[in-house]
Design a protein around this ligand. Structure first.
Ligand SMILES: [Fe+2]
Ligand SMILES: [Fe+2]
Length: 167
């Protein structure tokens, strides 16, 4: 899904991510596939946009800068999770802490942004629940985005040779 944002809202979203989503390390997320045919960078951008859209449309009262920046960094773990990474443990459980450690090394975060990143897999990570409204919104937006990417955005993963001749 892509949220329906106005031109003004798209500019506002880009302004919050200026200096955050355009660094060399942030752009590394373009190398990795998150779900289906969607890169981690695209996924993080989409979760940021959905979170922003939910907050504006439902008047949730989030701090928008923290919401958008935390959402963008929520999967900043910087590896291909499809490859084995025994040192990282089970990806679903371990990657929020890895993403947070990576983000702490490269950005100055506030407590809301930290909680957004650390809690986004809840309830899988039972002991790290969302503790602010920004984290709760990103937790929901991530699941909305992941579900549609997994279910409906698999097409580019199928080699053309396998699809030719199909109805
Ligand atoms: Fe994640
Ligand atoms: Fe995610």
């Amino acid at each position: 899904m892509q949220p329906n944002l106005t031109e003004e809202e798209l500019k506002c979203l880009a302004a919050y991510l200026d200096g955050w989503a355009d660094t060399a390390d942030a752009l590394r997320m373009r190398q990795y596939i998150q779900h289906g045919c969607v890169t981690t960078y695209e996924h993080c951008m989409r979760v940021a946009a959905i979170s922003f859209w939910l907050n504006r449309r439902l008047n949730l009262g989030c701090d928008e800068a923290s919401l958008v920046r935390g959402a963008f960094l929520h999967d900043f773990y910087l590896y291909d999770w499809h490859e084995p990474h025994p040192e990282a443990g089970l990806h679903g459980f371990s990657h929020p802490a890895i993403a947070l450690a990576n983000a702490e090394q490269r950005y100055t975060l506030n407590d809301r942004e930290r909680n957004v990143i650390r809690s986004h897999m809840w309830p899988l990570t039972l002991l790290t629940p969302p503790r602010c409204r920004e984290a709760a919104v990103v937790c929901v937006a991530d699941k909305m985005s992941s579900a549609t990417e997994t279910l409906f955005e698999r097409q580019r993963m199928i080699p053309a040779a396998q699809t030719s001749g199909r109805n």
